[in-house]
Design a protein around this ligand. Structure first.
Ligand SMILES: Cc1cc2nc3c(=O)[nH]c(=O)nc-3n(C[C@H](O)[C@H](O)[C@H](O)COP(=O)(O)OP(=O)(O)OC[C@H]3O[C@@H](n4cnc5c(N)ncnc54)[C@H](O)[C@@H]3O)c2cc1C
Length: 443
């Protein structure tokens, strides 16, 4: 890393640290404002951004890519799209690349991240080696993999300290991907094939789309140097629909990473006109793509107040051995498709999880089931709530990106209260940022 780059980084970080220190000494409350779009579900009366903003938009530089050691050092505001545009020409890629172009390195660590290599590597944070963190008293510290504070930053959702620099591993990449779509008419066969491929590790990329209760598509991706053709799903064509019709496909690696971006998975489905080719031809460039779609959702936030409840947009991690129980319930009581399925392997028991709860997961493989867009307007059934209850009944873990219903007791039976309080007392002793339960709890 050049000295000049590092000097600029250090002075930006010092400036943010000074601001935080000032807020702390006045006893003010604050939230992290990283700029860009947030990949959380807009909610009426949102309190997640309560308190004064601590602006960290300036932290968006890639500081170094060491091609020999295959590591990268970068600021947290770098998006994965920007990052892979820099690493791919060097024949390298991060171990985990979340599928939406605007997700940032810092957000992926402090929130959550999953993708089709997660069955090998877990989340993006599992490939990180070192973090620089700004404590709310203004001290700047560096923590390494396996240390207590390092491990507690994952899933802290901006409630402990500010991540200001990350060092993480890269792996070799090839420019194209050969996709195979294996179709299954029943859950048992699908699950068997999914688990076998995860065990064998015979494809670098594994995820699946359930298009209906009898329509399971396992998506297996492998690197290739010389594709016979390359498909494009950035404008008129729709990726998730192609997996129903095709049995194989070729994509550039960049387009593979962000294959769900154009539709923000399938959120365009909630406005059917956006799936029409003519409409896509005319206005696609302005409205398609996750960053556009989330920005539009934010602009139209007012309309949320007219709905009984927002749509269900949530990832739940179900223990592999309970996946069948989950799906049996899902097809009967939830019945919303497509359902995105991503196998995810915990390299270790994450210390932000309550130990007893984590042990009861009963193995390192979990299945992330991502429900994106279920309408939730019935008077007597709140689908967000029943999804949360079912997830906990099956000893799963729900991400906090949407509505949460946990009582305090239930929440701390899943998350590790003593570990969280210890990390809070070191990183944010005056409680400038809200506590994680408070930040996400609302009716
Ligand atoms: C519709 C939708 C689709 C999604 N699809 C995917 C997907 O395909 N793959 C995937 O992996 N994930 C997906 N996610 C989840 C997403 O990765 C996480 O929500 C992630 O945390 C978003 O990161 P962000 O960069 O947008 O940060 P934000 O959404 O802005 O922030 C996320 C959290 O991190 C905190 N934070 C941000 N930067 C910092 C920092 N520098 N220091 C400390 N805390 C910080 C914020 O305070 C906030 O609590 C999806 C989420 C939604 C809502």
């Amino acid at each position: 890393m050049t000295n000049a780059k590092m000097d600029i980084h250090n002075s930006k970080v010092q400036e943010i640290a000074n601001k935080l220190h000032k807020k702390a000494s006045y006893g003010e409350k604050a939230h992290i404002d990283k700029g860009g779009v947030q990949h959380v579900v807009p909610l009426p009366g949102d309190t997640r951004r309560a308190g004064k903003p601590i602006k960290i938009q300036e932290l968006k530089e890639i500081l170094e890519i060491d091609t020999k050691k295959q590591i990268c050092c970068a600021e947290p505001g770098v998006t994965f799209s920007r990052l892979v545009k820099e690493t791919l020409p060097l024949g390298l890629m991060p171990k985990v690349v979340p599928e939406l172009e605007g997700i940032t390195l810092g957000g992926a660590v402090a929130g959550c991240s999953v993708e089709s290599m997660s069955y090998r590597y877990g989340g993006f944070h599992d490939s990180c080696l070192e973090y620089e963190i700004i404590k709310t008293d203004g001290e700047i510290i560096t923590v390494s993999k396996d240390s207590f504070l390092f491990e507690m930053i994952h899933g802290s959702y901006g409630t402990l300290g500010i991540l200001s620099k990350l060092t993480f591993e890269l792996i070799p990449a090839k420019p194209y991907i050969y996709m195979q779509y294996k179709k299954f008419p029943c859950f048992e066969e699908f699950q068997k094939a999914l688990y076998e491929h995860c065990q064998k590790g015979d494809y670098p990329f594994i995820d699946a789309i359930v298009h209906g209760p009898k329509e399971f598509v396992l998506c297996l991706g492998d690197f290739t140097d010389s594709p016979p053709y390359i498909s494009n799903y950035r404008w008129l064509n729709i990726f998730y629909k192609s997996t129903r019709k095709r049995t194989e496909d070729y994509l550039s690696l960049y387009d593979y990473f962000f294959r769900y971006d154009t539709e923000c998975h399938w959120l365009t489905k909630t406005i059917p006109a956006l799936e029409n080719k003519l409409v896509r031809f005319l206005i696609g460039k302005f409205v398609l793509g996750s960053t556009n779609l989330i920005a539009w959702a934010k602009r139209l936030e007012f309309f949320l107040k007219l709905k009984r409840r927002p749509e269900v947009v949530c990832d739940v991690f179900i223990p592999a051995k309970r996946f069948q129980d989950f799906f049996d319930w899902y097809k009967k009581d939830f019945d919303f498709y497509p359902l995105w399925v991503i196998p995810y392997s915990f390299p270790k028991l994450y210390p932000w999880l309550n130990e007893t709860y984590a042990r009861n997961i009963g193995g390192s493989l979990v299945i992330d089931c991502a429900i994106y867009g279920k309408i939730n307007n019935l008077k007597d059934i709140d689908y967000s709530q029943i999804l949360e209850e079912k997830t906990v009944e099956l000893n799963g873990i729900k991400t906090l990106i949407s509505r949460n219903h946990f009582t305090k007791e239930k929440f701390w039976s899943i998350y590790n209260q003593s570990h969280y309080e210890k990390a809070k007392s070191i990183l944010d002793p005056k409680g400038i940022f809200p506590d994680v339960y408070k930040k996400f709890h609302r009716k």
